[in-house]
Ligand binder design. Structure first.
Ligand SMILES: Cc1ncc(COP(=O)(O)O)c(C=O)c1O
Length: 392
């Protein structure tokens, strides 16, 4: 489909909220002439570390890049295995593949889409080097159990926090339970830098390794060089850096994070209450008191008998100007690349399939007002109702 011909929904699934503060900050960077390695990157990293209460934070060009850097820097590669959820973005598994290791997929719980910890442990063998978990749609995974397993089996633990900025487990920010956590600043996320990400860690050695690896293995950063232009490449590395323009946007966005999170929560709770009138719809959410979700979006899972109607329901919602998405459209092991390479057994991914095949993801972002939510709830219930009892 021609992107420019595609009709835009008036209530989009995701919409970055930027105003003059971001625009002025970007303009100031452009005027300064410092576009890379600058002071705003450090400021953004410091503020992010403060917000998450992380000892170390370093910007990266994307969440995928950050996860790839982690495996690369930890020496994970060919012959190794990394356990990942089946119900996630392709990026979670791609980061493992890029390192040369093999992703081992684990099914999820239907209640919240998070990795099923009872299956996870059974997948560990001599080749397993790490576990990567995802906090699905901002609901923290069972970190006490997962941390215990990782410690007992001496495995590295990476948290894919692409959707969990602001989410906590037992009062601690996601990303601080394992060896590192990586966030995404893609436009639909809690805050944006256009594209971009942040890696946080409690471990200085990991922080130092990531900083070098993201910058081509060069031992001294631009600002640390005593003789301009002189450096040594002590290691192999990538250019996975964020730039100063992106950091300027991120810094302003971060100042609004409390408002963003509060609005998301309010929107989510409103929509959940309204849609709960239909008892056949399952709404994914946290079920525990010790977790605080960051409310990325609302996944409603249709009952089995309506699954074939999903596309029609989505089309009708879009016709009413309600933007939707599907998180995520397929269990990752069923994606062509993985299916071809490793094969796929549907039996092992029942819950991931239920979510992928029967979900409609609705927006709850801070771009929506109460009246928008009212409208979304009303139309969604009405449209779903229309398809009850219809076979085709
Ligand atoms: C769970 C998850 N991990 C990773 C990513 C990739 O993030 P990025 O686009 O910043 O690489 C996404 C993107 O939506 C995601 O949903």
């Amino acid at each position: 489909m021609n992107f420019f011909k595609r009709k835009k929904n008036k209530l989009p699934f995701g919409k970055p909220l930027v105003d003059n503060r971001e625009i002025i900050s970007v303009a100031n960077v452009l005027k300064s002439g410092i576009y890379a390695h600058g002071p705003i990157l450090s400021k953004f990293e410091n503020e992010f570390a403060k917000f998450t209460k992380s000892p170390f934070a370093t910007t990266v060009s994307s969440c995928t890049a950050g996860m790839h850097l982690f495996y690369f820097s930890m020496g994970i590669g060919t012959g190794d295995e990394v356990i990942v959820p089946a119900q996630t973005h392709t990026a979670t598994a791609h980061a493992v593949e890029l390192s040369g290791a093999k992703p081992i997929f684990v099914d999820c719980y239907l209640r919240d889409g998070n990795i099923d910890t009872s299956i996870l442990e059974k997948k560990i063998n001599k080749k397993t080097k790490a576990i990567c978990i995802v906090h699905f749609l901002g609901v923290p995974a069972e970190m006490s159990k997962i941390k215990t397993i990782a410690k007992k089996r001496k495995l590295l633990l990476l948290e894919d926090c692409a959707l969990s900025l602001g989410a906590t487990y037992n009062g601690k920010h996601t990303g601080l339970f394992g060896d590192a956590g990586v966030f995404s600043f893609y436009p639909a996320k809690h805050i944006t830098t256009g594209e971009g990400g942040m890696l946080i860690t409690k471990k200085k050695e990991i922080y130092n390794k990531i900083k070098i690896a993201k910058s081509l293995g060069i031992n001294k950063s631009f600002l640390e060089r005593s003789t301009p232009g002189f450096y040594d490449a002590s290691d192999l590395g990538f250019n996975y850096r964020m730039n100063e323009i992106q950091a300027a946007i991120g810094l302003q966005q971060l100042k609004k994070i409390k408002f963003f999170l509060k609005t998301r929560k309010k929107n989510f709770n409103y929509l959940k209450k309204a849609l709960s009138k239909n008892k056949d719809i399952l709404i994914l959410d946290s079920t525990k008191n010790n977790v605080k979700s960051s409310h990325y979006c609302m996944n409603l899972v249709l009952p089995i008998y309506l699954s074939k109607k999903r596309t029609k329901i989505i089309k009708d919602l879009n016709k009413e100007n309600i933007g939707t998405s599907i998180y995520y459209p397929q269990p990752v092991p069923r994606m062509s690349y993985y299916k071809k390479k490793y094969g796929y057994n549907s039996k092992n991914f029942k819950n991931s399939e239920a979510i992928s095949d029967r979900t409609i993801s609705l927006p709850v972002g801070p771009h929506l007002r109460k009246n928008d939510l009212k409208y979304i709830a009303l139309k969604t219930l009405k449209i779903i109702n229309k398809f009850y009892g219809k076979q085709n």
